[in-house]
Design a protein around this ligand. Structure first.
Ligand code: GCO
Ligand code: MG
Length: 408
């Protein structure tokens, strides 16, 4: 059979999502996530204007060949827009292949290596009392791992901290519908570095040693600042310190590594195995943070994670709300199948989103399972999706206290 129809769906049930729909000549439908936060229409155009017509008539079973055709064929390689577009096609073709086989995708990837995948939640608070409340709430829900982000005295709204007050969960959404330009935040690394170790100390005192604690530096530290921070927080036994330095400079992690045994995770802004070449072969990281959606899909992610496995490096697949339920399902099937699984990020989507995307993954005591529906196990309800018009949204811009633009 062949690919007959390729459609790009843009919907905004509370936040924007771009979804690719591929229909075969015998009527099988596959879905792929092409959402790139704050730059959604660029990927939608890449797919609709440059890719869709080239797929019509191709054999839907030739997934590797289609991947290479889209990666090598156009001459221009890599970059988040291209790799999100390739990822969407790849996911949709795997969805189709698994539906044709009558199996959940993880079976085609080698079958389950575990019973469920441990996930971490996002706990945040503008101050320690609010953060403690949030962590307690997650523990009550059964989570065994939390990412903690907190307000820093002297700074206003900062990355990763819910502004809606103590005790409120599931409501942190970094992309803002701020009109024609991004909102702006202020930042000071010195103030942050002085504040954070005390927060981890209190968490260990209040929650003991079992809880897995993660933290995201969101690319804001210089290599030497990150090295000092990673060393300072060693006594609090973090599961990982994420994105401590800007992502472009792989060699920066050498300095951090030389000074600390705090495990390191990086990669949500990466889009190719080549972004990891030094990091993996020199064992400068412990966890691969890429999103399936932004790294060329299941085909590319499986190769990347197999490469990491050779060096004892594990997965920590990106799973914020800007990864659609389709992209999340792709991550869960991989998580269940690979041997070197580490942890999976989980920010549950809001009710509006889950009315548009029907999912079959399940949560039980801190673990997710992708479910046993044939394929990825997620279907887009196009009628419900049509009720949510695209609304421009931007990730905030970050400036230092003197106004200098800094990494967000
Ligand atoms: C994470 C990320 C997100 C990103 C967001 C950008 O660790 O989940 O840092 O919160 O900021 O995905 O689009
Ligand atoms: Mg992150």
């Amino acid at each position: 059979m062949t690919i007959e129809l390729v459609d790009v769906n843009i919907t905004s049930p509370g936040r924007n999502f771009v979804t690719l729909k591929i229909t075969t000549s015998d009527g099988i439908v596959g879905w792929g996530d092409a959402t790139l936060n704050g730059r959604e229409l660029a990927v939608a155009s890449y797919l609709a204007d440059h890719v869709a017509s080239t797929l019509i008539g191709r054999d839907e079973d030739r997934i590797e060949d289609t991947w290479q055709y889209l990666y090598r064929g156009p001459y221009w390689r890599r970059g988040p827009v291209t790799m999100a577009a390739i990822a969407a096609v790849d996911m949709a073709l795997w969805d189709i292949k698994a539906k044709k086989a009558g199996m959940p995708l993880y079976q085609l990837l080698g079958g389950a290596s575990r019973e469920g995948v441990r996930v971490y939640a996002h706990a945040s608070g503008t101050d320690y009392a609010a953060l403690k409340n949030a962590i307690t709430g997650y523990e009550e829900l059964g989570y065994t791992a939390v990412r903690v982000q907190t307000g820093v005295p002297g700074l206003g709204q900062i990355y990763g901290v819910s502004s809606t007050g103590p005790g409120v969960r599931y409501d942190y959404e970094p992309a803002k519908r701020s009109g024609d330009r991004p909102s702006e935040e202020r930042w000071d690394t010195r103030t942050y570095l002085n504040h954070m170790p005390g927060v981890f100390a209190k968490i260990r005192e209040d929650f003991g040693t079992d809880l897995r604690i993660l933290h995201d530096g969101h690319h804001r530290m210089s290599p030497i600042e990150a090295a000092r921070f990673a060393k300072d927080i060693e006594p609090y036994d973090l599961f990982w310190l994420e994105d401590c330095t800007p992502g472009e400079d792989q060699s920066a992690l050498r300095l951090v590594r030389q000074h600390s045994t705090t495990p390191l995770a990086i990669g949500e802004v990466f889009n190719s195995v080549f972004d990891y070449q030094t990091l993996i072969t020199e064992r400068l990281i412990d966890y691969v943070r890429s999103a399936v959606t932004h790294t060329g899909g299941i085909t590319a992610m499986k190769k990347l994670l197999d490469f990491a496995a050779i060096y004892g490096i594990r997965s920590g697949i990106h799973g914020p709300t800007d990864i659609s339920p389709v992209g999340m399902a792709a991550a869960l099937h991989l998580d269940l199948a690979i041997h070197n699984f580490g942890i999976q990020e989980y920010m549950p989507h809001n009710a509006e989103t889950l009315e548009v995307f029907q999912t079959s993954f399940t949560f039980d005591k801190g673990f997710l399972h992708p479910g046993d529906q044939p394929g990825l196990g997620v279907e887009l309800d196009e009628t419900a999706a049509a009720g949510h018009e695209y609304t421009k949204a931007y990730l905030p811009v970050n400036r230092l206290l003197d106004g200098t633009v800094h990494d967000w």
